[in-house]
Ligand binder design. Structure first.
Ligand code: FVH
Length: 294
């Protein structure tokens, strides 16, 4: 039998919020028998019309399929939903955003109930689910045999990236990337605030910001990783810590002159000053990473 005509793995999905509904539609479109459950039953109605079986309870939904995907609000809602379900022999894939320690505890919790467990961190938003060209993907970590068994079904909504057997590592990667994203959002908020009262259109600044951040990001990230690996923070430094710290009053004074709060910049500048006081002015900014670990 050709691979494309093999029977598709039945999937149970708990959670029909914005993300769960997007996931559900991709499995239905790919021909997977799909059973869904949602706390608020009305949210399942459109999917029933599209071919999903709707379970009355989470326990009934879990019983319906070997592969149980959970996409709920938070870890507490996962525990509430799975509380009375029989997990023995099930493959549980939890795509709910949690902390790494919650993911590890949830893995132990599921395994103690006889399930295999895989955790996931979704690096996509609902409109990009089922749209491969949008570039979204899901980090997975935990039981590798489960991942290997269900890789084709898991790849239906978005590309997959397996990051190891530690069930906390998908969440760790997810939170690391999103934390970096919020730092970038903070910088762009400050930049837009600086021009807000001037005769500079936000739409004119936007492409300049995009171009600059894109040009800076790749070399900065790669060099930081190389220096953290080698422990050498001073060789071939282009813009050193001493020079950059000396420049910080320019940014703070400009913010004050523009009537902009410096509160998004000052934490990072304080770390630069501390590193300069304790370290070597010829370093780059990598030493800030070490300061954060104290
Ligand atoms: N939407 C996004 O942009 C992001 C993209 C990255 C990944 N996140 C995470 O995905 C999880 C689900 O997010 P969502 O967008 O589907 O969230 P909501 O639309 O708010 O739906 C929440 C669902 O959770 C159910 N729920 C909440 N509390 C409970 C509970 N105590 N017991 C059972 N179910 C619960 C809720 O049910 P209802 O309110 O419809 O009855 C929804 O099904 C999330 O971890 C994101 O961080 C999304």
């Amino acid at each position: 039998m050709a691979a494309h005509s093999l029977p598709k793995t039945p999937v149970t999905l708990l959670g029909l919020g914005a993300m769960g509904t997007a996931l559900a539609r991709t499995w239905l479109a790919a021909g997977h028998p799909l059973t869904v459950w949602n706390r608020t039953a009305a949210r399942a109605e459109p999917l029933a019309a599209e071919g999903a079986a709707v379970a009355a309870t989470a326990a009934e939904a879990v019983a319906a399929s070997p592969l149980v995907v959970v996409c709920l609000l938070d870890d507490a809602s996962v525990e509430a939903a799975l509380d009375t379900a029989v997990l023995t022999g099930k493959d549980v894939v939890n795509l709910t955003t949690t902390t790494p320690s919650q993911a590890r505890a949830r893995a132990a919790w599921a395994e103690a109930r006889g399930a295999r467990y895989l955790d996931g961190g979704i690096m996509a938003v609902p409109p990009t689910i089922g749209v491969p060209e949008a570039g979204g993907y899901v980090f997975y970590s935990g039981d590798q045999a489960l991942f290997d068994t269900h890789a084709p079904a898991l790849a239906v909504p978005a590309a997959t990236r397996y990051v190891g057997t530690d069930p906390g590592h998908a969440a760790l990667h997810d939170v690391a990337l999103l934390s970096a994203m919020y730092g970038m959002f903070a910088g762009t908020a400050h930049a837009f605030a600086l021009i807000r009262e001037e005769d500079v259109a936000p739409a004119a600044l936007a492409p300049l910001l995009t171009e600059w951040l894109t040009a800076m990001a790749a070399p900065h990230i790669a060099q930081t990783a190389d220096r953290l690996t080698s422990g050498d923070y001073t060789t071939n430094v282009v813009s050193n810590l001493g020079m950059q710290t000396a420049g910080t009053p320019t940014f703070l004074t400009t913010a004050a002159d523009q009537g902009v709060s410096p509160e998004l910049l000052t934490p990072y500048f304080a770390l630069m000053r501390r590193r300069l006081a304790e370290g070597d002015p010829k370093e780059d900014l990598t030493g800030v990473v070490d300061l954060l670990l104290r």
